[in-house]
Design a binder for this molecule. Structure first.
Ligand code: ADP
Ligand code: ZN
Ligand code: ZN
Length: 723
């Protein structure tokens, strides 16, 4: 028997199948991980095929050394997914296969944990009179049965345990412990479906992609639960993806409350051991519903009945570092393999997805009103230039302050959204214009008041605070736009007796810190939660009656074709946190560009109007989804190397213009907007191509770059981050 094996090394040069002999003493099946000799080393590999013949030189064929596990860790469906992804995203096979296993397993780091128990095996034994501990221990085991060693040791001492063990009165037993992720417990809300939810559930059935467009609070989660329940009853399993699970602990709690141990969680907030144990529960079929962030799409679930992507418009579904992939593509492929529906849910679908729904490529299902019949909160637009004219140059408009006072006097809660962490966005010398920048990255530093440091948000490097300009020695230092820290500081000045919490990357670096902040917020009345986009999604706080958006324009004026769409989505999401229960909600939106079209549509909750306008602009300007953007990034510590490689590739890509004169809309080579990150110089080729020949051109571009470079090519399709 011979095996085809992929070596577990993410190296372009060995991205192929290698043949090995299967020795008679090993029982090998496709999908198993094995140790093989490779050159002078012993490496790990994946068995992807078995056959009776071979094509390689017989003299040189080597034998598989051993198996790593005695079961195929890569299931056959996942081998198909691997083939699909490597082709679609130009990835190496090894880097793709790695996505399917908990990294702990590959590194051999995770140990199963065992706990020691004792049971009584000789009930008739009577210890000596003065051996009081032994006597008590025997009595205890008689009443309580099998007990953990740690408990017995604490109660009766380890000497007693040992001597009874030696006398064969009690016996030691080892038992495997499963680590379980932490979850806030809630009760299952048994709601009765409304007619719209019922219609939605009826429609979402069978093969194909469904887009569920439901306003915030329309009860999408309940629809997900019923759909999954339906599939479980058929004996099938499900995957539910959420953008960032630690931000939406509620959804996990709700699912656990309804489905109990059928639910497994996979996300980055788990410890290595927890992730490994959850993965095994899924692998064995014990857990039948997988809930997780984007990488949970690679969970080893068999017999899928439905795949759901919640908040489908979120950028976190795009993996922008190698191995790059778009979660929707993988989900669609798996749904097709399993002949089951793929459901995309959102209050603000991406322009791309909605376009497909209008085309008939996806089936559109709508939930146009809130489940509890309440109105969506009124959005009031406040012109901040008008505020300055009226003599108010502070962070908060008079309107927002008045509404905050109102909330506090009624013992309610407010959320204040500011999508910038730290105290202020940059530090600049007022006299000469010097801006403090990171020495390793081409980006300005952000002031963090709490630890009185300047920080680089790209590499994390910290610097001493600037009081004097290093350039002109002036002490006239200005701070740029406000961040979360400053908003909190100012709010504390206005409302010294009110509980004010902050949630951003800086306050949530430790395990379960998200939950702690959210819990504290939930349990304090009145209170204000200040946060970045972390507070925008999913939260269902019944006492939040006010949402304040400090600087709505922040995401609007960025050199990115999706910036208006993102602004619309973000504001709709944040606004959706207000007035979800009995009390009416309100949103105060502060902007310096009150007449921008996005705000008119946002304030009217007019998604369709916005889509029409936005689609029109993109079509005219030939931007996605009406074209495809390709970006190839070259980065190197040596600036000249990067530049040279860029030139060679560009010259070759330019020749494609002869074959595709009208399909290539735009092609240029340049420095990247951020010229240096962590001391690597960055250059890029940027192109826009028409859709009809896009796959073909993309492949040719990849081949050109692939031929010229030693390393894995970094080719991005419709990147969200163009920096
Ligand atoms: P979405 O995800 O669409 O923003 P949620 O799923 O969070 O909305 O639902 C909002 C609230 O409405 C939740 O508190 C949920 O329990 C409640 N809800 C859902 N369906 C119904 C229903 N049919 N009747 C009453 N309340 C419902
Ligand atoms: Zn200066
Ligand atoms: Zn840096």
């Amino acid at each position: 028997m011979f095996a085809k094996i992929i070596i577990d090394q993410d190296v372009k040069a060995i991205n192929q199948e290698f043949e090995y002999i299967v020795p008679d003493n090993l029982s090998i099946s496709v999908g198993m991980r094995v140790f093989v000799p490779f050159g002078k080393r012993i490496l790990q590999g994946y068995v992807v095929d078995l056959s009776d013949s071979y094509t390689y030189d017989e003299q040189k064929l080597k034998k598989i050394i051993n198996t790593i596990e005695d079961f195929p860790a890569i299931k056959s469906e996942m081998l198909k997914v691997m083939k699909f992804m490597t082709k679609k995203n130009h990835l190496t096979m090894a880097s793709t296969l790695r996505l399917f296993l908990p990294s702990e397993m590959r590194e051999g780091k995770v140990k199963e944990i065992f706990e020691t128990f004792y049971i009584l095996i000789n009930e008739s034994f009577t210890p000596l009179k003065n051996a009081k501990n032994q006597m008590a221990l025997i009595e205890f085991l008689k009443h309580n049965g099998k007990t953990a060693s740690s408990i017995l040791g604490e109660k009766f001492g380890y000497t007693a345990i040992k001597s009874l063990c030696d006398k064969k009165v009690i016996e030691k037993q080892e038992e495997k412990i499963e680590r379980k992720p932490f979850i806030i417990e809630t009760k299952d809300k048994c709601v009765e479906l409304n007619q719209m939810q019922k219609n939605a559930i009826e429609k979402i059935d069978g093969e194909g992609v469904f887009l569920l467009h439901g306003v915030t609070g329309s009860g999408k989660t309940e629809v997900y639960m019923r759909l999954i329940e339906r599939e479980l009853e058929k004996g099938k399993n499900a995957i539910l993806l959420v953008p960032e699970i630690s931000l939406t602990p509620q959804i996990m709690s709700n699912f656990k409350a309804r489905f109990g141990d059928f639910v497994a969680l996979l996300h980055s907030g788990l410890s290595a051991g927890e992730r490994f144990d959850e993965w095994k529960r899924i692998f064995s079929g014990q857990a039948r519903i997988v809930i997780g962030a984007r990488s949970a799409i690679f969970a080893p679930v068999e017999n899928l009945g439905i795949i759901i992507i919640d908040e489908e418009h979120e950028q976190s579904y795009i993996s922008e570092t190698n191995p790059r992939y778009f979660t929707h593509d993988v989900a669609k492929f798996r749904a097709e393999l399993n002949h089951c529906p793929l459901l995309l849910g959102s209050a603000t679908p991406s322009v791309e997805s909605y376009q497909k729904a209008l085309n008939g490529e996806y089936s559109l299902v709508e939930l146009p009103t809130r489940a509890n019949g309440r109105e969506l909160p009124k959005i009031q637009i406040v012109d901040m230039i008008g505020e300055i004219r009226n003599g108010n140059s502070g962070i908060f408009s008079a309107q927002l302050l008045a509404d905050l006072n109102e909330v506090i006097s009624h013992n309610k809660q407010a959320m204040i959204f500011i999508n910038r962490r730290g105290y202020s966005s940059f530090v600049r010398c007022r006299d000469c214009g010097y801006v403090a920048k990171c020495s390793d990255c081409d980006v300005s530093l952000v002031y963090h008041k709490e630890d009185n440091r300047l920080k680089c948000h790209y590499c994390g490097k910290q610097y001493k605070v600037l009081t004097q300009c290093p350039n002109c020695k002036s002490y006239n230092i200005k701070h740029g736009a406000v961040g979360t820290e400053q908003v909190v500081a100012k709010l504390r000045e206005y409302f010294p007796s009110v509980k004010i919490l902050r949630m951003d990357n800086d306050t949530t670096s430790t395990k379960n810190s998200h939950q702690k902040i959210l819990n504290e917020f939930r349990n304090s009345l009145p209170s204000i939660l200040v946060g970045t986009q972390m507070i925008a999604k999913g939260h269902d706080f019944e006492n939040v009656t006010l949402v304040g958006i400090v600087d709505a324009d922040q995401s609007l004026f960025q050199a990115d074709y999706r910036s208006t769409e993102r602004t619309f989505q973000l504001i709709t999401q944040v606004a959706g946190r207000a007035g979800r229960s009995k009390d009416e909600g309100k949103v105060v939106l502060q902007t310096y560009a009150p007449r921008h079209y996005v705000y008119k549509f946002v304030a009217n909750y007019d998604y369709k109007g916005f889509f029409k306008k936005e689609a029109n602009i993109r079509q005219t300007a030939q931007f996605p989804p009406y074209s495809r953007i390709l970006r190839i990034l070259f980065s190197d510590c040596d600036e000249n190397n990067a530049r040279e490689l860029l030139k060679v590739c560009y010259t070759n890509i330019e020749k494609l213009k002869e074959i595709y004169p009208s399909e290539i809309i735009y092609l240029d080579a340049m420095k990247s907007p951020i010229k240096r990150i962590q001391n690597k110089f960055r250059f890029q080729i940027l192109m826009r191509i028409k859709l009809d020949k896009a796959d073909e051109i993309e492949q040719k571009v990849f081949d050109i770059v692939n031929k010229e470079t030693k390393n894995n090519v970094f080719l991005e399709v419709n990147p969200t981050n163009m920096s």
